[in-house]
Design a protein around this ligand. Structure first.
Ligand code: SF4
Length: 231
């Protein structure tokens, strides 16, 4: 008799727990997973669409489209200038020396590359001289024409990911995203807005490789970025 009573009580407890999970936990968890799956598939669809893009001259010069990598539901989105030689060959942003430094910077504020989303203001490799396409130091910043033609893809990426904070790396990314003519040394670390999203510009890691003195400014900006992420 006692054993039967205990079994019934245990079954009632399990039933209550399952109902609680459905009401408070699992529905929410599955809801979030659905959002992430949706964001993943929307990004995949956009990437496929862009893969054939020839809207500007860079489309005829690239090896690979460099779309972006990372968490489709990221709170932090980093936007660089454009793919370089390594990125063009591998189809992934920030994989060269500047990319390795960027990974260290991200790790220093407690994040991994997989936690955040990384892309560029243009998706194809701008070269100084397309005849020298196999030379590593043949990169150049994108022109306003190239940025304007590519911007709609970045806008869609931002609409899908909905980051809490965007960090623009360098002048081209900051000018392109915010549509303003600025000097990165003046606006770095300033809180700006793109639609309703906080934008904090800082130096491009390639600039740090050329000038070690800039590291202290980037570190100050990254501490500020971490503070806003934790709010
Ligand atoms: S840079 Fe952008 S707009 Fe130009 S061809 Fe590549 S994807 Fe298209």
């Amino acid at each position: 008799m006692n054993t039967n009573y205990n079994c019934i009580q245990i079954l009632k407890l399990i039933k209550t727990n399952l109902e609680d999970n459905i009401e408070w936990g699992e529905e929410n968890v599955y809801g979030d997973m659905n959002i992430v799956q949706n964001q993943d598939s929307m990004l995949t669809e956009l990437k496929q669409k862009i893969s054939k893009c020839r809207k500007c001259n860079l489309g005829n010069e690239r090896i690979n489209i460099v779309f972006g990598v990372g968490n489709s539901n990221a709170s932090l989105m980093l936007i660089g200038e454009a793919p370089g030689y390594e990125e063009d060959h591998q189809g992934e942003p920030f994989v060269g020396k500047a990319g390795q430094l960027l990974t260290k910077i991200i790790n220093a504020i407690g994040y991994n590359r997989q936690d955040i989303y990384i892309t560029n203001i243009v998706k194809c490799h701008p070269m100084k001289n397309i005849i020298n396409c196999n030379k590593r130091d043949n990169n150049r910043p994108p022109t306003i024409y190239e940025i304007n033609h590519c911007m709609q893809y970045l806008e869609k990426q931002i609409d899908i990911i909905k980051p809490k904070i965007i960090v623009t790396l360098g002048s081209s990314a900051t000018k392109g995203l915010l549509n303003i003519d600025v000097n990165i040394s003046i606006v770095r670390g300033t809180i700006m807005k793109y639609k309703n999203i906080i934008v904090i510009p800082t130096y491009h890691p390639a600039a740090l490789l050329r000038n070690n003195n800039l590291k202290k400014y980037v570190w100050a900006d990254m501490k500020q970025i971490r503070k806003y992420l934790l709010l």
